[in-house]
Write a protein of this length. Structure first.
Length: 316
């Protein structure tokens, strides 16, 4: 990457509520897909967090997380994965979350690492991966992502579904590609954005009304950031990647994984199994918390960011 390649992108800090001085950039992955990265610095930084969001998410959703990291001395870089946020989307129906193969996300990471190097962001570097970002991040760690430690929040190492439904989902999603229907929404999903349609009561993301309103207001004010259900193609790729990761040993990286006891989006059993066999890893359970640990109650958020900062400080 050269100075000519550095192109500013929009960063909606009015809804992100991130640290002052944030900026965003357009990046082009090696296959030509354009993605976006947001950079929030921290004065006198102790290092930089590479924040890998989950499916449907976008950089602005982590503005307040960047504030929490900055308060502990760490800058943050958050990515819009291909197919979501302001990054290029593969399908005519831009509300469909689609990717052909999870390998594509690894090319997005390479584009971000190139930006980090070009900007001269301060190390050491640390990974924070949430949900789908935890799946992508685990693969990256296995390939030598240059970070000192990693924190996983409700990682998507398996997708939550009834046991009887899993083989059916595998067959349908695989067949969709063969018959040219991979672009269609996966069963049970639609073109409606979850936080825009669901009510706070009974939602599967957070027990904190203020953070629910933070997420809801973002997609209401900036609907171009929103994403709805996954495609059959995404489901096929996700299930294949989760299966492949389950067969691989844990990387040699100090790791903290956090999981709510009310988790309903990812498969908790797979997370427990992975962490039981991670020599340098530990699992921390948050009683009553749902999927979005970084957007849970104030006490849970403080606990999370303090624990992450302690891990980072122990591995400089």
């Amino acid at each position: 990457m050269t100075q000519r390649d550095l192109i500013s992108a929009p960063l909606h800090n009015d809804i992100a509520l991130g640290p002052q001085g944030g900026s965003a950039y357009w990046l082009t992955a090696k296959d030509g897909v354009r993605v976006r990265a947001a950079v929030w610095p921290s004065e006198g930084s102790k290092g930089t967090v590479l924040l890998f969001p989950g499916r449907t998410e976008y950089a602005e959703k982590y503005g307040q997380a960047a504030v929490d990291f900055a308060a502990r001395g760490y800058g943050t870089v958050a990515i819009d994965w291909r197919g979501q946020g302001l990054a290029d989307r593969a399908l005519a129906n831009r509300m469909t979350g689609h990717v052909g193969d999870f390998e594509e996300y690894q090319t997005d990471i390479q584009a971000v690492l190139s930006l980090v190097g070009h900007l001269g962001l301060p190390g050491p570097f640390y990974l924070v991966g949430h949900s789908m970002g935890g799946c992508i991040g685990l693969r990256a760690l296995m390939r030598g992502l240059p970070v000192k430690a990693a924190v996983f929040s409700s990682p998507m190492w398996g997708i939550s579904m009834a046991a009887w439904m899993r083989p059916i989902a595998q067959v349908i999603s695989q067949l969709s590609g063969w018959v040219g229907q991979a672009h269609r929404f996966a069963p049970g999903t639609s073109d409606k954005t979850y936080v825009a349609e669901a009510q706070f009561g009974g939602n599967v993301l957070t027990t904190d009304p203020a953070m629910w309103e933070y997420m809801r207001k973002q997609v209401a004010l900036r609907p171009e950031l929103a994403l709805a259900g996954p495609s059959l193609g995404w489901l096929d790729a996700a299930m294949a990647e989760c299966q492949a990761l389950s067969m691989a040993p844990a990387p040699d990286c100090p790791t903290l994984t956090v999981l709510g006891t009310a988790e309903k989006v990812v498969d908790p059993a797979i997370v427990h199994l992975r962490m039981a066999n991670w020599r340098k890893g530990s699992l921390d359970l948050y009683q009553g918390a749902e999927h979005e640990i970084m957007m849970e109650t104030p006490s849970s958020r403080t606990r999370f960011f303090d624990a992450a900062a302690a891990l980072f400080a122990a591995h400089r």
